[in-house]
Design a protein around this ligand. Structure first.
Ligand code: SF4
Ligand code: SF4
Length: 340
């Protein structure tokens, strides 16, 4: 059912939702950007629709709500273990189509990849999604070629036009709250983009032979293995474990899982001093082929959703979209070298 609200009315709806959920949306963090006097757009709790940033892509994704950057799993003493409490409330997350497609990737990894992750599931079961439409493409987006520019897998869709809030609601449990505050019912059709300036083409005939291409060598020197591309990516899911021992009693502490990055030193170090991917080019190769080759072999669709955040954030101006587009030449190069 579609509804129209004035902003005050919709803020009443948010207050109603806040009884059961923490509501998260992309917000402006003043002077929080990488350069002086620039803002950062990232996820935070909101109380009013005015706090939501619609006119910029968020620098970081919604991922940090479902998979906190640092999450305590349990506490331990010498002879007891106590599980960390689950969040008291569920979460409502405002996000765009590419990011809602990214949720499907997170679910595939944490719920359908050989058993369910207990901590992910206990939060995921209480999360609802509100889609934010895109009337135009942002810089570096390539969602259309990744087929993530559209979705109807939302609980509600929201957009603001001429100072009014328009909502298409799919969640029966929310009907009463919406109906009580709306000024009128209205047909609301989600906005989505049909083209991006940034285009990618993923070659169908790719095989793992492409790992032997010289294209990866370029990244040995260009990439500085900072890991920023992984941290902004809504589909990067790796973490590491940390046991923290408290200073006042060294036998008591907590176990946390903390985001990890396949681009930084230490990620592939193993016992005995081994390291599987020492060079930055090897790490780039792993990341690119995981996002647009081997994940698809297992799941039937690509891991990358084309949000372009990795291109936005890279301090070395390395374009992930360009890396994808270079694969076609890399395939030819390895075939020629193999005399195929
Ligand atoms: S953000 Fe750029 S420089 Fe940093 S690890 Fe990723 S590709 Fe390398
Ligand atoms: S690899 Fe880059 S473009 Fe693809 S989903 Fe991750 S951040 Fe977005």
């Amino acid at each position: 059912m579609g509804y129209c609200f004035d902003k005050e009315g919709f803020n009443q709806v948010l207050q109603e939702l806040a009884k059961e959920y923490v509501v998260y949306a992309p917000k402006r963090f003043k002077n929080g950007g990488s350069f002086s006097d620039t803002d950062r757009i990232r996820y935070g709790e909101i109380q009013t629709v005015e706090e939501i940033v619609f006119d910029r892509k968020s620098d970081y994704s919604f991922k940090e709500i479902l998979l906190p950057l640092s999450q305590t799993l349990f506490f331990f003493t010498e002879d007891a273990v106590k599980e960390a409490n689950p969040p008291k409330k569920g979460a409502v997350i405002f996000l765009r189509s590419c990011d809602l497609h990214a949720v499907k990737r997170l679910d595939a990894v944490y719920l359908e990849n050989g058993g369910e992750d207990y901590y992910y599931k206990r939060l995921r079961d209480k999360v609802k999604f509100v889609l934010m439409g895109c009337r135009h493409s942002f810089e570096n987006c390539f969602c259309v070629d990744m087929e993530t520019n559209r979705t109807d897998a939302y609980d509600a869709y929201l957009e603001i036009k001429s100072g009014k809030v328009y909502v298409d609601n799919h969640n029966e449990a929310w009907e009463a709250a919406f109906a009580a505050q709306s000024t009128e019912t209205s047909e609301v059709i989600p906005a989505y983009v049909t083209k991006n300036e940034n285009r990618v083409h993923i070659s169908d005939g790719m095989t793992l032979d492409v790992m032997h291409s010289k294209m990866w060598d370029e990244y040995d020197s260009r990439c500085i293995n900072c890991g920023r591309c992984n941290f902004v990516c809504p589909t990067c899911t790796c973490f590491t474990m940390q046991d923290i021992f408290y200073t006042d009693n060294g036998k008591v502490g907590e176990r946390r899982r903390v985001w990890a990055s396949c681009m930084v030193d230490g990620f592939t170090e193993v016992a005995g001093g081994g390291c599987y991917r020492k060079k930055n080019g090897q790490r780039m190769r792993f990341k690119v082929l995981h996002k647009v080759y081997d994940y698809k072999k297992r799941n039937g669709y690509h891991m990358c959703v084309g949000c372009g955040r990795c291109d936005d954030i890279c301090p070395e101006y390395i374009s992930f979209a360009n890396s994808i587009n270079k694969l076609a030449d890399a395939i030819k190069e390895v075939s020629t070298n193999a005399g195929k």
